[in-house]
Design a protein around this ligand. Structure first.
Ligand SMILES: Cc1cc2nc3c(=O)[nH]c(=O)nc-3n(C[C@H](O)[C@H](O)[C@H](O)COP(=O)(O)OP(=O)(O)OC[C@H]3O[C@@H](n4cnc5c(N)ncnc54)[C@H](O)[C@@H]3O)c2cc1C
Length: 457
């Protein structure tokens, strides 16, 4: 049997290679960048751990912790500092804390909701009355904004859903599919009618089962540690070629892949790159599949890490950071105070602000020079959070068309893509365009692709 060929060496492709290697199946990874990891990239600057892309993963989805356990890194796992978890939202030019007890945009505590300055009395009343929503099964998909507005009103969309989801997807809740982006909330609404009642019931169940886990987890030395450990674990079992796959054709019962100067043949192919890249590769394999892949929108984003001396930083950072809703936004989508959110990342005498820009509505920011970006971020940090200190270092990272979006109708498109893929023996897809954009989802899809390509369960 030929080696499995994996196109894309991000976490999806690397997870595939890992689970294949574990089962004794050889693979070849084709990766066009000079390093593995895709958008996962960690740098160490001035004693600070800087994440260029993702900084953590959500605890409730198990695939990341399972892989980390197998890699022998459990001892290096750290949780988010949830006791310091306060996130601020800019409203009318001021930073207002999100009320305590919010689960994304679902309120679970009455008093903080009543006293918050973030929402008007009309919205507070509406959120309280939501408890009396009766279950009603809705056929089909709708947008996140429609769904949240029906439960909690338009202000909850503008000042909770929009900034929270812009920070994660870089997209607009008016376009996003609620079935794909908030599947658990849809299930709870179907079952309980009231989202608040559903979340409270779930929480009560979870509490009686176990001690609460931190919301997010990561690795002491940064997520790059996971990439290094996978690279080490697959050494000798997976061959890594630093080439760009240019096209894929059918060859007998398998495939042939054109790389920079070569053709490679295989009977099992895992396409684990961005959907727009997969779309350009696959017309010769299945024209309709390639067309569907080409319709998955992607946002471009940018992270900017600014490092300061703590001594000159006034006022000291408060909480995990802040988000800027579209209604109040110029360029900055949000900012995380890295040293507050996670232990081990920033020494006590330093402060690191990790800022987010870009998204579906500001891809143009990626074309600006590093100097212009740093000037913009510095000026907005001064205006929004009163930061007057001068950064000691700055790092700018651009992620062009890296974050898949799930617009309304994504579940139907996904079903058709999966059906077509299943009908082509030896072909698998993995990556953030399909069943979840988070790291645990990508690892789960990578493992599924490995199983489909010959690894045993
Ligand atoms: C800025 C940012 C912050 C994020 N934060 C979080 C977070 O905190 N937590 C979380 O869970 N998720 C987060 N995400 C999402 C998550 O990190 C990604 O969805 C996930 O890492 C994607 O992995 P992937 O392997 O599917 O894709 P990628 O990492 O994009 O990897 C795809 C790889 O395929 C390669 N490739 C493409 N075309 C070809 C070709 N033709 N030939 C060869 N190679 C090719 C690319 O070079 C790339 O390396 C974040 C994403 C971004 C961009």
């Amino acid at each position: 049997m030929s080696r499995v060929v994996i196109i894309g060496g991000g976490i999806s492709g690397l997870s595939t290679a890992y689970y294949l290697a574990k089962a004794g199946v050889a693979s070849t990874i084709l990766e066009s960048r000079p390093r593995l990891g895709g958008v996962i990239q960690t740098e160490h600057v001035d004693g600070c751990t800087i994440e260029a892309g993702p900084d953590s993963f959500i605890s409730v989805k198990p695939a990341a912790m399972e892989l980390i356990g197998e890699l022998g890194l459990t001892g290096d796992v750290i949780g988010s500092n949830d006791h310091l978890r306060k996130t601020y939202i800019r409203k009318n030019g001021r930073l207002v804390p999100m009320p305590d007890g919010l689960m994304m945009m679902v309120p679970t505590k009455i008093l903080p909701l009543l006293t918050t300055g973030l929402l008007s009395w009309g919205t507070k009343l509406r959120m309280g009355m939501e408890l009396f929503h009766a279950p009603k099964l809705k056929p089909g998909d709708e947008s996140v904004a429609e769904f949240i507005e029906e439960h909690y009103g338009a202000e909850a969309v503008d000042y909770l859903a929009e900034p929270l989801l812009s920070g994660i997807y870089g997209g607009n809740p008016r376009d996003m599919s609620v079935t794909s982006v908030l599947p658990r909330f849809v299930e709870l609404a179907n079952q309980y009618g009231s989202l608040t009642r559903g979340v409270l019931a779930q929480r009560a169940k979870a509490r009686s089962n176990s001690t609460p886990a931190p919301l997010f987890r990561t690795l002491k030395g940064g997520l790059g540690q996971m990439i290094d450990a996978i690279t080490e674990a697959i050494r000798g079992k997976a061959e890594v070629r630093q080439v760009r796959a240019q096209t894929v054709e059918r060859a007998g019962a398998g495939f042939r892949i054109k790389t920079d100067g070569d053709w490679l043949e295989t009977d099992r192919l895992v396409v684990a790159c961005e959907a727009h890249s997969a779309s350009a590769l696959l017309p010769g394999v299945d024209a309709r599949l390639a067309e569907l892949l080409g319709t998955v929108p992607y946002s471009s984003s940018m992270t900017v890490a600014l490092g300061f001396d703590a001594a000159g930083f006034q006022p000291p950072p408060n909480g995990h950071g802040f988000l800027v809703p579209k209604k109040e936004r110029r360029r900055l989508l949000g900012c995380t105070w890295v040293g507050t959110k996670f232990p081990y990342r920033v020494p006590e005498d330093k402060i690191v602000a990790r800022c987010f820009l870009g998204g579906m509505e500001d891809a143009g920011v990626l074309a600006e020079s590093d100097d212009a970006i740093v000037a913009t971020v510095t000026s907005e940090l001064r205006e929004i959070a009163g930061v007057t200190a001068t950064p000691r270092f700055a790092r700018v990272f651009r992620w062009r068309r890296s974050m898949a979006q799930y617009p309304v109708g994504h579940p139907q498109r996904l079903a058709e893509m999966e059906e077509r893929t299943r009908s082509i023996p030896g072909l698998s897809l993995a990556g953030n365009a399909y069943q979840g954009i988070g790291i645990p989802d990508c690892i789960r899809m990578g493992r599924q692709a490995a199983l489909r390509s010959g690894a045993q369960a």
